[in-house]
Design a protein around this ligand. Structure first.
Ligand code: FEO
Ligand code: CA
Ligand code: CA
Length: 732
C-alpha cells in the first residue's frame, strides 16, 4: 500500500493515507476517569482458554449451522495430526531475497509484464514492453483462489487447477518506462501503459508435474483495467451523484482503481477494494467557485481533493481524448447535473467491486450500498443459514473508520453454488444496512447504522445529506456525523474460521499523539530509525472484535488488541505483546486466515523497522477476545487502559518469510488442501530513481531476476507459490 509517486519515498506513507478527517469525533480522552466496567475481562478472564489449532477451530464456532457447502460453521472435519507453526522461524533480513523456512520452496510464477494471452511475447523487462491489458499489471496486492475442475468449471475443491483473482494496485513508474516516466504533459503511450497496469487480473494457474504455473493462453485470463466498463449496483445506482459525461443516467463508469485488498464471497466471486483512488484526480485551482461552493466541495475535501490538487500520474495531461480528460474533475460544463463533464467522476471510485472470475461476459458491479471510502479488503462473517451475512471493511487513512455491512437477505445455503453468481451478489450486497464502529473504553463497542433516518445524519450541520445514496457515497461524512472512532489506519480484516471473531490490522499512524490516544488506539511513542525520529503509533496493532451473541447483525461487540507491533528490544510499555526476535514486526497490513489450518497470516507493509528488516509474513494461532489482560499505557502525559490479548509465544506467533528489498508482502490464498499458498511481493526496489536505471547495481532490488526468474534485471512485483518439501500443509 505504500505508493510510489514519481518521487520515491520510503514505504508506508501514501499521501492518501494522511488524514482528511477533521471532524471533532471523540478521542475518548474524557473516558480516562470513567469507571471501567469489567464486563469483558470479568466474563472471560479466568476461562483458561486453550489455544486453537487446525480444524479444531471449527468446534468453537458457536453460531448455528448446517452442513451445506456454503456453510463454514458446520461439523468439524477430522483434526490434522500436524503441529501448527511447526517450522523453524525465519530471521529478520535485509537480503535481496525471498526467504522461507527450511523445508519449504518458494517459486515465482507471475510477475509484472508476464503475458496473459496466446501470442503475447515474454516480458523483456527493460521498460519497452507494451500492451499491458494482455499482461500482468504492476504492484500485485490482494488475491483469491477460485478452483477449476479438469473440465474448466467451478470446483471449489480443486487443488490442481484454479483461477487467481489478483489486484494490481498501482505502479512503480520508474521501471515501466525505458528511462523512467516523462513529466507532464504525459505522453499518451506512457499514460496508456500506466493505466493498463492498474486494476485486476484473472489468471489461470495449473499444477504440472507437481509445480504450479500460469496458463498463458487460458481463455479465462483477462485484465480488468481503469478503462473497463463497470455497472453501479445498489442504492446509489442512477443517483445524481454518479452522473457523468460517460453515463448521463449515473448507472455506469469505467474502471476499478487502486485495488488493494480482496474478499471472496460465499458464492464464489471476487470482491476487490478500491483504496487510494482520490490522488488520481486533478482539480482546478478555482473549482470551489466554479461549483458555486455547493456541498460537493465539502465532499471533495473530505475525500482528499481540495481545489488545486494535482494528480498522482498526470494522466489528464496526456491528450484531449475522453479516457484522459476524465481524470480532471473540475466543473467545466454548463449543465446543472454534471452530465456534460467529469465533476462527479471521483464519486465512481471507492467501492467494493464484484467480479465473477468464471464468466468473462458477466457484468462487473460496484456495490455502492457498502459505502465509498478507501476500501481495503472485505471479510464475510461465517455464513449461517437463516441469518444475514455481515461484511467487514476498513477505510485506510489516518483517523478513518471501521465499517460493517449486514445484508437484508438471510443466507440460503444453496446460494453458495447458485449458477448466476452476480445475481446472488445482487441479493446480498444491494439491500441491507451499513454500520460504522465506535470503540468504548470499557472493551465494548457499538455498531452505529449509517442511515438517512439517523437524526445525527439527517440533521448534520456540515453536510446536507439528500438521501441514502448520498449517505453511502459520502460514508465518511455520515460516519463523522454519528461520532465513530478514529482509528490508526484500518487495513485488512479477516474472520477467524473457528470463533467467527473479526480481526483488523491498524497499520500505523504517524499523527497519533498523546492528546488523541484512546483505548482502541492507545499508543503514541517515539522510535528511532537510524537518526530519524519517528512518532505516533509507529508500529501499528491488530484489533479484534467479537459480535454480541456471535450474531452477524449484532449492534454491540467486545474487543481487544490481539497484537501490538513493536521491535523486540522496545520497552515493555511499547512491546505490549511480548514480541521477541522470532516474531517482532512493524506495520501489519495484509491479514488472512487459511481455512485448511486456521492459521492467521500477518503481512507487513512497513517503513519504520526497515533499517533492520525487509517486510515479512508471520504465521499465528490466535486465541480469542479476552484471553489477555487489561494494561495501562502511558503516552506522554496521558495514561489510559487498554485490553491486550494473550502475549505472543513461539507456539502462537512465528515469522514465516521475509521478502526482498524495498517491497511489501501482500495477498495470500491457498489451495483447498492447504499444500500450496500463493503470496505477492509488491514494488521491490521502489526507491530506485530514474538516475539509477543505467546501473543495475544501483537498483533498490533486483528480485526476482536475481532468483532466476525472467529477463532483464529490473525488479518486478510478482506472485510466489510456496510448497512444503515433504508435501505437507503450509505452516505445519
Ligand atoms: Fe493498499 Fe492500505 O493498503
Ligand atoms: Ca495494504
Ligand atoms: Ca527503530
Amino acid at each position: 500500500m505504500s505508493k510510489n509517486n514519481f518521487a520515491p519515498f520510503d514505504g508506508g506513507q501514501d499521501p492518501d493515507d494522511i488524514g482528511n478527517n477533521h471532524s471533532p469525533n471523540t478521542t475518548i480522552q474524557e473516558v480516562l476517569n470513567q469507571s471501567r466496567r469489567q464486563l469483558l475481562r470479568g466474563s472471560l478472564g479466568g476461562a483458561g482458554l486453550a489455544l486453537f489449532g487446525g480444524f479444531g477451530l471449527a468446534a468453537c464456532g458457536g453460531g448455528g449451522s448446517d452442513d451445506s457447502p456454503g456453510d463454514t460453521g458446520g461439523a468439524a472435519p477430522t483434526p490434522p495430526r500436524e503441529t501448527l507453526l511447526g517450522f523453524n522461524p525465519v530471521a529478520k533480513s535485509l537480503a535481496d531475497a525471498f526467504i522461507v523456512p527450511a523445508g519449504y520452496t518458494a517459486s515465482v510464477i507471475y510477475a509484472c509484464g508476464d503475458p496473459l494471452a496466446a501470442g503475447v511475447a515474454a516480458a523483456r523487462n527493460d521498460g519497452t514492453d507494451t500492451g499491458y491489458d494482455k499482461r500482468s499489471g504492476d504492484c500485485h496486492d490482494g488475491m483469491e483462489y477460485f478452483g477449476l475442475s479438469a473440465a474448466g468449471t467451478r470446483d471449489d475443491a480443486s487443488a490442481e487447477r484454479a483461477l487467481l483473482g489478483i489486484n494490481h494496485e498501482y505502479i512503480t513508474p520508474v521501471f515501466l518506462h525505458a528511462s523512467g516516466p516523462t513529466a507532464n504533459p504525459r505522453p499518451a503511450g506512457e499514460a496508456d501503459k500506466e493505466i493498463d497496469c492498474h486494476g485486476v487480473a484473472i489468471v489461470e494457474v495449473r499444477r504440472n508435474g507437481g509445480k504450479f504455473g500460469v496458463v498463458q493462453d487460458s481463455l479465462f485470463n483477462r485484465r480488468i483495467t481503469p478503462n473497463t466498463e463497470i455497472e453501479f449496483a445498489g442504492v446509489a445506482r442512477g443517483n445524481a451523484l454518479l452522473k457523468t459525461k460517460f453515463s448521463a443516467d449515473g448507472t455506469r463508469t469505467r474502471g476499478t482503481l487502486n485495488n488493494c485488498g480482496t474478499g471472496k464471497t460465499p458464492w464464489g466471486t471476487l470482491l476487490t477494494g478500491e483504496e487510494n483512488w482520490s490522488g488520481y484526480f486533478a482539480r482546478g485551482a478555482a473549482d470551489d467557485a466554479a461549483r458555486g461552493s455547493d456541498k460537493s466541495v465539502t465532499s471533495l475535501r473530505r475525500y482528499g481533493r481540495n481545489q488545486g490538487a494535482t494528480s498522482r500520474y498526470g494522466w489528464q495531461t496526456a491528450g484531449a481524448a475522453d479516457k484522459y480528460a476524465r481524470w480532471d474533475i473540475s466543473k467545466t460544463g454548463a449543465s446543472g447535473d454534471g452530465s456534460d463533464d467529469y465533476r462527479n467522476e471521483m464519486n465512481g471510485q471507492g467501492y467494493l467491486t464484484e467480479i465473477d472470475p468464471y464468466d468473462r461476459n458477466a457484468a462487473i458491479s460496484k456495490r455502492t450500498s457498502l459505502g465509498r471510502f478507501a476500501h481495503e479488503g472485505a471479510a464475510f462473517s461465517r455464513p449461517v443459514a437463516g441469518k444475514p451475512l455481515a461484511v467487514y471493511m476498513g477505510d485506510d487513512s489516518q483517523g478513518e473508520y471501521v465499517y460493517k455491512w449486514v445484508s437484508a437477505a438471510a443466507w440460503v445455503s444453496t446460494d453458495a453454488t447458485a449458477a448466476n453468481r452476480m445475481a446472488t451478489g445482487d441479493k446480498y450486497l444491494n439491500a441491507g444496512k451499513l454500520y460504522v464502529a465506535k470503540y468504548k473504553p470499557d472493551g465494548s463497542g457499538e455498531w452505529i447504522e449509517l442511515s438517512i433516518t439517523h437524526p445525527a445524519i439527517a440533521g448534520y450541520a456540515s453536510y446536507a445529506f439528500a438521501d441514502q445514496a448520498d449517505v453511502v457515497v459520502n460514508a465518511r461524512l455520515a460516519a463523522d456525523a454519528v461520532g465513530a472512532t478514529k482509528m490508526d489506519r484500518p487495513e485488512w480484516c479477516a474472520t477467524h474460521p473457528g470463533t467467527g471473531e473479526v480481526y483488523f490490522t491498524m497499520t500505523n499512524n504517524s499523527s497519533r499523539n498523546a492528546a488523541t490516544v484512546d483505548a482502541a488506539n492507545p499508543r503514541a511513542y517515539t522510535d528511532m530509525k537510524g537518526s530519524t525520529v519517528q512518532n505516533g503509533n509507529v508500529n501499528g496493532h491488530i484489533i479484534r472484535m467479537a459480535e454480541q451473541g456471535n450474531e452477524p447483525g449484532a449492534t454491540a461487540f467486545t474487543w481487544d488488541v490481539y497484537l501490538f507491533g513493536a521491535e523486540a528490544e522496545a520497552g515493555a510499555g511499547i512491546n505490549l505483546s511480548g514480541l521477541t526476535a522470532i516474531n517482532d514486526f512493524s506495520s501489519p497490513d495484509g491479514l488472512a486466515f487459511t481455512p485448511s489450518t486456521g492459521i492467521c497470516w500477518i503481512q507487513t507493509d512497513d517503513g519504520a523497522y526497515t533499517d533492520v528488516t525487509n517486510c515479512m509474513m508471520l504465521a499465528a494461532v490466535p486465541g480469542k477476545v479476552g484471553d489477555g489482560s487489561r494494561r495501562t499505557v502511558i503516552s506522554g502525559a496521558t495514561t489510559l487502559d487498554t485490553y491486550v490479548g494473550r502475549e505472543a509465544s513461539p507456539t502462537t506467533l512465528k515469522r514465516f518469510l521475509v521478502g526482498p528489498r524495498q517491497q511489501e508482502i501482500t495477498g495470500i490464498c491457498e489451495t483447498p488442501d492447504g499444500r500450496a499458498i500463493f503470496v505477492n511481493v509488491q514494488h521491490p526496489g521502489e526507491n530506485t530513481t530514474a538516475a539509477d536505471l543505467s546501473d543495475p547495481a544501483k537498483f533498490g532490488s533486483r528480485w526476482p531476476a536475481n532468483a532466476g526468474y525472467g529477463a532483464g534485471q529490473r525488479p518486478r512485483s510478482a506472485t510466489v507459490v510456496i510448497t512444503k518439501d515433504d508435501g505437507g500443509r503450509i505452516g505445519t
